[in-house]
Ligand binder design. Structure first.
Ligand code: GDP
Length: 449
């Protein structure tokens, strides 16, 4: 079961509890049975699932709670807390220090997304104003250096490495790269290492030697989120060889079940710091247990939303949009402006998934593989609208069909697809209307408000 389905299943089970006439131990058992079944189907280790069940049961004392409403709240909170505990090793996340060179070494098996994630993380720090450089010490895979060179050039991040024409010593390349960037006072130095060798023992030996050579401040273990039950053994093997400080789980956009990620936390006692959610350079989301669980259950992630919006360069267009949203209004023009921004940032579903109250199905409706094609199509639709239509709430299309036909001819998009866009806008506008009074949230996102 993939993560979104897991969230919906748990959510439904919790909602069903609200429909129960009496909340007794039988109702709690049924709820826990459904939740545990969903967790097991997501490849979460049976021991961890059993632990969750025991902990939830231990933390609720039905006899002590008088009203049903109280019982529901306490049970829901207990489930929420235990889900957070699954992805929280209780260790503080490593943070780079200003005024020094922070060396971050990446480890993980080949194909897990290590090289891609190195560039994503470098771009993340670069965007935040840290002087960042990348070192490619993966001298085993011939294409690794080219991959780093192309991606870093696109993101304007300096890199260090060698073309693999002949035997190149990865420890030497890593040490040289780190030395050079340190000399030039780089604040974040990310070192990519090899993820494959002729023999596994050689891979781990090389990792240890690179680690000794570059003396990393943080070792990031990169793991593919789709590998399921195999995650436990893989994470353990890496942990035994190097001192893993952080985990990044990749491919959480696809068919990741989430169980693997949870096993990696349990096996390494290290926190997940980011998750990879696509192949694009911006497809890296900061991870924190509570917002993650909250988002998974369709309850939004205010912190993530605030950070993402802050990362965008706000211009006048957005300020108008915030003004509108603060008044509970979301016009078609607002949707167009948002799509325009987001097409530069990555898929829309990410931002939408962070919105409190956003149904996961709606957020996911934007996550289709062809989301960029969808955005381009939506832009053609908006481009065929008049100023009056753009500033409207879209209702004029319900009463005047000729407008829709005109837009269809102008944009070359079939009417049912225009309908779908208007429907999405309507759902979003309804949600914004509900959020309209939440000035605190909007103030956080828009410093000018
Ligand atoms: P490495 O061998 O560990 O360095 O792996 P790469 O960085 O070369 O990635 C292997 C493949 O996974 C590439 O096709 C990447 O585009 C893809 N990939 C990496 N991260 C993600 C992610 O978060 N989501 C998706 N969908 N693909 C990813």
């Amino acid at each position: 079961m993939v993560l979104n389905e897991l969230g919906s299943r748990i959510n439904t089970a919790l909602q069903n509890l609200s429909k129960e006439a009496a909340i007794d131990s039988k109702a709690v058992d049924a709820l826990l049975m459904e939740i545990c079944k969903a967790l097991l189907e997501s490849d979460i280790n049976v021991k961890l699932v059993h632990q969750l069940r025991t902990n939830v049961k231990k933390s609720i004392d039905l006899d002590q709670l008088a009203s049903s409403a109280n019982k529901r709240r306490v049970i829901q909170n207990a489930v929420f807390e235990e889900l957070c505990n699954l992805v929280d090793p209780g260790v503080e996340q490593w943070k780079p220090k200003k005024g020094k060179s922070n060396v971050i070494m990446f480890v993980g098996l080949q194909g897990n997304g290590k090289t891609t994630t190195c560039t994503k993380l470098a771009a993340h720090y670069h965007r935040k104003g840290w002087k960042t450089g990348l070192v490619c010490a993966d001298t085993f895979r011939a294409g690794a250096f080219d991959q780093i060179r192309q991606n870093s050039s696109k993101a304007h991040i300096p890199y260090y490495g060698r073309q693999v024409y002949s035997e190149v010593d990865p420890v030497k390349v890593a040490s040289e790269g780190v030395k050079k960037f340190k000399k030039d006072k780089y604040e974040i130095i990310i070192v990519d290492t090899s993820g494959r060798h002729k023999q596994e023992t050689e891979l781990f030996k090389e990792m240890e030697e690179i680690s000794a050579g570059v003396n990393p401040d943080n070792v990031v273990f990169v793991m593919d989120g789709t590998i399921g039950q195999a995650a436990d053994a893989q994470a353990r093997a890496f942990k035994e060889s190097v001192d893993i400080g952080s985990i990044i789980i990749t491919k959480m956009d696809g068919h990741a079940k989430g169980g693997g990620a949870i096993s990696a936390v349990a096996a390494t006692k290290s926190p997940i710091v980011f998750i990879g959610t696509g192949e694009h350079i911006y497809d890296l989301e900061r991870f924190a247990p509570r917002p993650f669980v909250s988002k998974m259950l369709g309850m939004g992630d205010i912190g993530g939303l605030v950070e993402t919006v802050r990362d965008m360069q706000l211009d006048k267009t957005h300020k108008n949009m915030f003004k509108n949203i603060s008044q509970g209004v979301f016009t078609l023009r607002d949707m167009r402006d948002q799509l325009q921004t987001i097409s530069k940032m990555g898929p829309l579903n990410k931002l939408m998934g962070m919105m409190p109250g956003m149904p996961p199905e709606l957020a996911n409706s934007f996550s289709a593989e062809d989301s960029s094609r969808k955005i381009r199509q939506s832009m053609s639709i908006f481009d065929s609208m008049t100023e009056q239509e753009l500033d409207s709430d879209g209702k004029i299309f319900e009463t005047q069909k000729s407008r829709l036909d005109r837009i269809s001819r102008g944009s070359g998009v079939r009417p049912f697809e225009i309908h779908a866009l208007l429907h999405q806008h309507k759902q979003f506008a309804q949600m914004v209307k509900k959020m309209g009074g939440n000035k605190g949230l909007l103030k956080n996102m828009n410093p000018e408000m």
